[in-house]
Design a protein around this ligand. Structure first.
Ligand code: C2E
Ligand code: CA
Ligand code: CA
Ligand code: CA
Length: 280
């Protein structure tokens, strides 16, 4: 009993180091596994419908990358995308996502359906980013006007002039630009007006405020208004309830995306989903 306190303290220190080492090893292992994920065909895409709120029509889909490892199981993009950014693997993963997405969407044979893909700041900063995108569009014969690239608010703010130039080049090629997770970063509204943008995606956190009882939707309202007044299309993301849909309709939000309409779907399920929409 005399030694309990001391032993406890010692164990805690050892425990701390063990945990640190374990964490670092885990990250290194994960990075090692991730390195072979593309070649081993462990990545796949799911597609989440984006719906026109007034017509109910699915106007496009957002491609979301998934990683299914034979031993680790399913790893969330929230865990492996940051690692991919840190290790530089994001470039090959990003190229794979774009190519697979273009091929899948072309196979649907619905010429009006748009494809949205996510690009992180690290991808945008890469010298060859635009060239890679154009190469893949050319190779797959995907119409650039059907492609939307989603860039987070924080990525826009990292290098304003550089990013503006790149977005302009993409737009000159016919590609549309969406600002993702809007309202979570700290964009200067002044710059927001100057960026060549087409669409603003209102972050899910603002949808969470819109609840049937005691919800405060002041900020959600203001953000939707801001987007519309800047002449942008507004997509609300993370829409889960009928109350949220009613609110968004009242606010003249253009498009909606979320579990209320559909979860991200495996490609074969997306085909069925879209076929069902056509019949109804
Ligand atoms: P994001 O671009 O903001 O994507 C939306 C996330 O919200 C997705 O999570 C989606 O599954 C989820 N979501 C959609 N509707 C709802 C809803 O109604 N309720 C809730 N609770 N969640 C909803 P996911 O698929 O886990 O992706 C997480 C993030 O990983 C994405 O956030 C994006 O930043 C990143 N990511 C995914 N795929 C890619 C990719 O191909 N490239 C890059 N660079 N990042 C990606
Ligand atoms: Ca997104
Ligand atoms: Ca988002
Ligand atoms: Ca997000």
């Amino acid at each position: 009993a005399m030694f309990t306190g001391k032993m406890h303290g010692r164990n805690e220190i050892l425990g701390y180091h063990d945990e640190m080492r374990e964490m670092i090893e885990k990250q290194e292992n994960l990075a090692m596994y991730l390195r072979s994920a593309v070649d081993q065909e462990e990545l796949f895409l799911q597609y989440q419908p984006i719906v026109n709120i007034s017509s109910g029509e699915t106007v496009g889909v957002e491609a979301l990358v998934r990683w299914q490892h034979p031993i680790l199981g399913r790893v969330s993009p929230l865990d492996f995308i940051p690692l991919a950014e840190k290790t530089g693997l994001i470039h090959s993963i990003g190229n794979w996502v774009l190519k697979q997405g273009c091929q899948d969407i072309l196979a649907l044979g619905q010429p009006d359906l748009q494809l949205s893909i996510n690009a992180s700041a690290v991808q945008l900063e890469e010298q060859n980013f635009i060239e890679s995108v154009m190469d893949i569009l050319h190779e797959t014969r995907f119409d650039p006007r059907r492609l939307k690239i989603e860039i987070t608010e924080s990525a826009l703010m990292s290098d304003i002039q550089g990013v503006t130039d790149k977005l302009q080049q993409l737009r000159d090629a016919g590609i549309e630009i969406s600002i993702d997770d809007f309202g979570t970063g700290y964009s200067s509204l002044h710059y927001l007006k100057k960026f060549p943008l087409d669409t603003l995606k209102v972050d899910k956190s603002f949808m969470d405020e819109i609840v049937a009882t005691e919800g405060d939707s002041t900020i959600a309202k203001a953000i939707i208004d801001l987007g519309r007044n800047l002449g942008l299309n507004v997509i609300a993301e993370g829409v889960e309830t009928a109350e949220q849909v009613a609110f968004l309709r009242e606010q003249d939000c253009h498009f909606v995306q979320g579990y209320y309409f559909s979860k991200p779907l495996d490609f074969p399920v997306l085909e069925v989903f879209l076929a069902g929409k056509r019949l109804s």
